[in-house]
Design a protein around this ligand. Structure first.
Ligand SMILES: [Zn+2]
Length: 276
């Protein structure tokens, strides 16, 4: 084949790959990542997350969503506290006063709107796990098929209720998944906080590799001390997942972005600023 026909063939094959995960391009095409404010809260007693430490101490929490622009389309990681909480003047109080009282200073819908992104533009998404501060706005995206681990999907909720509305289709994973087929956005299995918890590895062109934790770890001191929250479904799996994340950080020379860590988020740029 001549050089020109190789180029034409390559363009043609890209044009033919309608779905995600079939990219024929050799260059990863992730363009940028926005951190969205998906909640702010106060934990009543952080020893719930770090047994034996900081008994009775309260701590501020944040909750992030991450919007990624890839040449093949938008990808949303986690959906945060329900947007309806923005209208609650006292926030959303937990049943257990040691847990987090959440506020929603800005809705997810408003932040997407400021970026000119409609809910219908988001064709691909995933949630780290099915706790309410991560799945609060899944139904804002009825056309998207969230990637969720089979173990999470089948984990019974309160009174045996399903974790997702049965009419909302999901893509069930059993392990890791390369979302766009070019290695730039990879879901990887990190169970322990919940049975099918997952984390995300994003390889940005200038920022480099970043691991988005979900709740594999809640804040930096827990990462440093390998603290495992009392409510996690498996301590052994949690520690193994932290080890896996640690190895991923080394291998990919990646930064660790911890979803609920307020001090870290205060040091990062929020949307409309972005990382490329
Ligand atoms: Zn959680």
């Amino acid at each position: 084949m001549s050089r020109a026909s190789v180029v034409v063939a390559a363009l043609f094959s890209v044009g033919l790959s309608a779905g995600f995960g079939h990219a024929q391009t050799s260059k990863p095409a992730v363009e940028k990542l926005y951190i969205l404010n998906c909640g702010e809260g106060v934990a009543g007693d952080i020893s719930r997350w770090s047994p034996g430490l900081n008994e009775g101490k309260s701590m501020d929490f944040v909750d992030n969503c991450y919007l990624i622009k890839h040449a093949q389309g938008w990808f949303l990681w986690d959906t945060g506290i329900p947007d309806a909480v923005a209208a609650m003047p006292n926030g959303l109080a937990p049943a257990d006063p040691k847990a987090v009282t959440w506020h929603r200073p800005k809705t997810l819908a408003a932040q997407l709107g400021e970026l000119g992104v409609a809910a219908a533009d988001i064709k691909a998404m995933a949630v780290s796990h099915t706790h309410p501060d991560h799945i609060g706005n899944v139904e804002m995206f009825p056309a998207a098929m969230p990637y969720v681990q089979k173990a999470e999907y089948e984990w019974p909720g309160a009174n045996g209720a399903p974790r997702f509305k049965p009419e909302h289709p999901v893509t069930r994973l059993e392990g890791d998944h390369d979302v766009f087929g070019d290695g730039s956005v990879t879901i990887f299995s990190t169970p322990g906080h919940t049975p099918g918890h997952q984390s995300l590895l994003v390889k940005l062109p200038h920022t480099g590799a970043v691991v988005l934790t979900g709740d594999a770890v809640h804040f930096k001191s827990n990462w440093d001390n390998r603290g495992v929250p009392v409510s996690n479904t498996s301590k052994e799996q949690t520690l193994a997942s932290m080890q896996r994340i640690s190895e991923t950080l080394d291998k990919e020379k990646a930064q660790l972005w911890i979803n609920h860590d307020k001090a870290q988020r205060d040091s990062l740029k929020l949307a409309p600023a972005f990382y490329d």
